[in-house]
Write a protein that binds this ligand. Structure first.
Ligand SMILES: *Cc1c(COP(=O)(O)O)cnc(C)c1O
Length: 710
């Protein structure tokens, strides 16, 4: 009998469905609440403790919960969802990173989190999507802060057996490996599978014994600075990814690439159709009509460009084998205005994908301007780069207690239609004190998490005492709390708020209306300015004159993100316009009634309505805009945010503040959830791609009736 329960538990553990369903989280917590926290909510690790599991399997209340959760899970998988027949064949989704859960450390930031949220939403709607990505054996670096404030990069070797991944086996029971060619050398990628509800994500792992040592390292690290390795990563993702789909017999109607890193998937597909008998031009047309490219960056330097010599080294043998014209091929990735720039992955993607989109309205404008030179005969508005504003997966980012509360006031089935604007108007029915209590509990919970982490660090010995204060020991749940957490990189301007330190001190240290700020975020190991920003914050956090009102929490990850976006009062965002393509953490905050205080850039240009948060920085500025933006930020804090927060009534509720929280939920959640976003992708791109592929099949059948297609 217990064997059956073990099997059920294993099935649940290896499907990330549990992570966005409170019943699943509760089940694992029941196994051992202390270990659950100790293992940072990683059920795969928890299950390794056979003793604890066997013990809890004796308890009827656990067996009941298991039975219930397992039924919920099976019913989720087996009941067709609303989008199960929106397309005839799957769309393949390629991304260099995925942020699905912190136990699966294969993400760096927003781009990956977005990819993760897309897979989860596809699962909820039951849309046929299949994901392709990398297994990074070392994952990303963990962050340690030194007493002098400098970020130390701790390369964490990932233990795959502690991750919710499983090997894919071939017919003979061997680990499935796909090969491609890097510089005429065979490179193998072992295949791992991640179950994301109904969706499968396949991860390619070059750390296999068949590979030469230098090729085993290809996917060691996310966004390696080594150009040659980056190109090899792109080759593995694109070519092995395509090869894998063929090997698994998954006939797709088209491809969606998340950022240019996956652009070679389109080349692989082109060569495949060429091999099937289409001319180069026909194959290119075919790929174009069935591809979508999502661009994420308005920063030129972030685009992958390779010297032609490197491209030649890699592709010369393919040109030979496929009898391709070298010039024609190189043209695909060349800037006609400045060919010496090299082979550009974004240009390649724009040429090979008929559909392209930016990730917010503002970013759409910026992208059309940026890439206008590729379509000199058109006006800027006619540049074929559309936009779909990002959204976040609501069940992942909402607080569990808030979710229950919403069921009480919005009705038990609210999640099914959570993109409905009408539904969210019902938030007004929630009594202020009840919403405020949930919010305040979240704040307490965040501070608890921060202090528990600190306690552990302290117990490791040789932990500098001043870092205990710098990392949040003096945080107080009664103080107005601002949160700033994201990748620490120049354009995000984490240190803008320190522009005028004296003025900031007056705001933070006001004895009647104290304010505190919680920072978190990692800098890329090579990003020295990013590390300097962190150092500046940590040194101020240690400064006795600031009385512990600034905290820098080390090692930002998806877990800390979840607790922060629901546990602070205000989410601060002040990138340098127009460099924030969209930004998504503010949306996660809004779901939980946390108010957005943001510069007008990215999604906030669409999201801000005058009542649902605060905005600044509208006016264009010549040259250094820090002084003006900082001034605007201080002014809003002094005149609006702080007074509003401290307007408590006699029962201790800041009524006007709670009103604003409700306004944020009403106006933001339905428009910036992943469901709204995903439905747009389906209606505007995936269905057209599906149709184009169907027409292609029909016409190729007519052309050669006896020949089998693909
Ligand atoms: C949402 C999220 C991000 C993206 O934040 P931005 O506001 O878009 O910069 C980065 N990291 C983590 C862990 C996240 O959850």
């Amino acid at each position: 009998m217990p064997l059956e329960h073990w099997d059920q538990l294993k099935e649940l553990v290896f499907n990330l469905w549990w992570s966005w369903n409170p019943e699943g989280k509760k089940l694992f917590r029941m196994i051992d609440p202390i270990l659950w926290e100790e293992f940072r909510e990683n059920p795969v690790k928890l299950l390794e403790c056979t003793e604890c599991v066997n013990k809890v399997l004796q308890k009827p209340e656990f067996l009941n919960q298991l039975g219930y959760v397992y039924q919920l899970y099976r019913s989720y998988l087996e009941t067709p969802g609303p989008y199960c027949s929106k397309c005839r064949r799957p769309i393949a989704f390629f991304s260099p990173e995925y942020g699905l859960h912190h136990s699966l450390y294969i993400y760096a930031g927003g781009l990956g989190l977005l990819a993760g949220d897309i897979l989860k939403e596809a699962s909820d709607l039951d849309f046929p999507l299949v994901g392709i990505g990398f297994m990074y054996p070392q994952g990303y670096v963990r962050q340690r802060i030194r007493p002098d404030g400098w970020q130390e990069d701790v390369l964490n070797h990932i233990h795959k057996e502690e991750m919710p991944v499983r090997k894919v086996f071939d017919e003979n029971g061997q680990w499935l490996k796909i090969y491609g060619y890097c510089y005429d050398e065979k490179v193998y990628a072992g295949v791992w599978e991640v179950s994301v509800g109904r969706i499968k994500l396949y991860l390619l792992d070059t750390d296999v014994e068949e590979n030469a040592p230098w090729n085993r390292e290809i996917s060691y690290q996310l966004y390696t600075p080594n150009q040659e390795t980056r190109l090899k990563q792109q080759i593995v993702l694109g070519f092995c990814g395509m090869g894998l789909l063929h090997r698994l017999g998954i006939e797709i109607s088209g491809v969606h690439i998340n950022e240019d890193y996956a652009a070679l998937a389109l080349v692989a597909r082109l060569l495949y159709f060429h091999k099937q008998g289409l001319s180069f031009e026909e194959a290119r047309e075919m790929v174009r009509e069935t591809s979508l490219f999502t661009t994420h960056t308005p920063i030129r330097a972030a685009i992958n460009t390779y010297p032609f010599a490197l491209i030649e080294k890699q592709f010369a043998f393919l040109w030979e084998r496929y009898e391709l014209d070298r010039e024609k091929f190189l043209d695909l990735g060349t800037n006609p205005q400045n060919p010496s720039e090299g082979f550009n992955s974004t240009i390649l993607a724009l040429r090979l994908a008929r559909y392209a989109n930016a990730v917010s309205r503002r970013h759409g404008e910026v992208s059309r301007k940026m890439w206008h030179f590729l379509w000199p005969e058109r006006s800027e508005e006619e540049v074929p780069i559309d936009y779909v504003t990002n959204g976040v997966h609501l069940p992942t980012w909402i607080d569990d207690d808030l979710r229950v509360l919403l069921s009480d006031y919005l009705g038990a089935r609210w999640l099914e239609v959570h993109e409905s604007e009408a539904l969210w108007q019902l938030v007004d029915l929630i009594p202020d004190e009840i919403l405020w209590k949930v919010h305040r509990d979240n704040k307490v919970e965040l501070l608890h998490l921060i202090k528990e982490r600190l306690r552990k660090r302290w117990a490791e010995k040789s932990f500098d005492p001043s870092l205990v204060i710098a990392q949040g020991a003096f945080l107080d749940p009664d103080f107005l709390t601002l949160g700033f957490a994201r990748r620490m990189t120049g354009y995000k301007r984490a240190t803008l708020i320190f522009h005028n330190l004296e003025r900031l001190k007056r705001i933070l240290l006001n004895p009647e209306r104290p304010v505190q700020i919680i920072f978190a975020g990692k800098a890329h190991p090579q990003d020295q300015p990013g590390k300097q920003m962190i150092q500046k914050i940590v040194l101020l956090a240690k400064d006795p004159e600031l009385a512990g009102r600034i905290a820098f929490i080390e090692d930002y990850d998806q877990e800390l993100a979840y607790y922060m976006v629901k546990g602070v009062d205000v989410w601060l965002n002040n990138p340098l316009p127009p460099l924030e393509a969209c930004g998504t953490s503010g949306m996660k905050a809004a779901i939980n009634g946390v108010l957005h205080l943001s510069i007008l850039d990215g999604w906030w240009v669409e999201g801000y309505n005058g009542k649902n948060g605060w905005a600044f920085g509208e006016e264009p500025v010549e040259g250094d805009r820090d002084p003006q933006d900082a001034e605007a930020l201080y002014r809003i804090l002094e005149e609006e945010v702080v007074p509003l927060y401290y307007q408590w009534d006699e029962t201790g509720i800041p009524r006007a503040w709670v009103q604003k929280m409700k306004e944020a939920m009403k106006s933001i959640v339905p428009r910036f959830c992943a469901r709204r976003m995903f439905k747009e992708y389906v209606a505007r791109f995936y269905q057209k791609i599906d149709q184009a592929y169907e027409e292609f099949l029909a016409s190729s059948k007519k052309a050669s009736p006896e020949e089998k297609t693909a």
